[in-house]
Design a protein around this ligand. Structure first.
Ligand SMILES: [Mg+2]
Length: 258
């Protein structure tokens, strides 16, 4: 590899990079240790919306990935910040119960300013979608934590929330605001927290669109890992080109000429 020794920091995706479900990916813990030993700053940046930011920290701890709240950028906290900055008053939440307390500053309403979409697992139902459709037709704004197509579960690929967001966009004629990856502002915020410019940072992820595509559009360098949802066919078929492809997070040191 060449011309990569000027990376000053990294953003690390979590799901599919450090673990799949409850199974750790080999080398994750050692790689973090290596980054710390070489004083290379890093942040975790995740579209995971199945857990509150606090419960995500507990999960990381379980995998030996010690992190402070300020080390982790989640689509959930970015969505709360977005609503605060937008002066939102009321919301309708299509999110897991566990995640709802993060939105306690906003009134829950059936005629909301914003409809907020997160991962609700297998709870998607016509009635719920139709209720949201009517809210959108009455003027609510569609805000989604991300629009990922699918993710890697322990027993295969799982449809993510993107298809449901696309359905709501289709019927309402409204384009959703996507807060998490690939939104450039989300990447920039994480880079700024390290005191680094976007072009000095590389994103490491398993999602060719949200991680690699989003990161590149935001001016970051990028490394795709061959774990999690990675499939050779998906990489062959997309126009998105990562700067580097590495077997797994265990190879992160190869991005640096240290
Ligand atoms: Mg991932």
């Amino acid at each position: 590899m060449d011309a990569h020794n000027d990376i000053k920091g990294v953003l690390l995706d979590l799901d599919g990079v450090f673990y799949v479900g409850e199974r750790a990916i080999e080398g994750g813990q050692a790689s973090l240790q290596w980054l710390r030993e070489h004083a290379i700053p890093f942040r975790f940046i995740t579209n995971t919306t199945t857990r509150s930011p606090a419960s995500l920290l507990e999960k990381l701890e379980k995998f030996g990935l010690h992190a402070k709240a300020s080390d982790v950028f989640t689509a959930v906290s970015a969505t709360v910040s977005y609503l605060e900055n937008a002066g939102a008053n009321s919301v309708h939440l299509l999110v897991r119960d566990e995640v709802k307390p993060a939105f306690k500053a906003f009134k829950q309403s059936d005629s909301p300013d914003f409809v907020v979409i997160g991962d609700i697992g297998a709870r998607w139902h016509y009635d719920e979608l139709n209720q949201v459709f009517n809210m959108l037709m009455e003027g609510a704004t569609l805000l989604t934590m991300h629009k990922n197509k699918y993710w890697q579960g322990e027993n295969g690929l799982l449809m993510d929330i993107g298809a449901f967001v696309a359905a709501l966009e289709y019927v309402s004629g409204q384009e959703a605001i996507v807060v998490g990856k690939p939104n450039g502002a989300f990447f920039s915020l994480a880079c700024q927290s390290m005191g680094l410019a976007n072009h000095d940072v590389a994103i490491i992820g398993d999602d060719i669109e949200s991680d690699i595509g989003g990161g590149r559009t935001a001016g970051l360098r990028s490394a795709l890992v061959k774990t999690g949802k990675y499939r050779a066919r998906t990489l062959a078929e997309t126009k998105v080109r990562p700067d580097w492809v590495i077997d797994s997070i265990a190879d992160i040191h190869t991005l640096f000429s240290i």
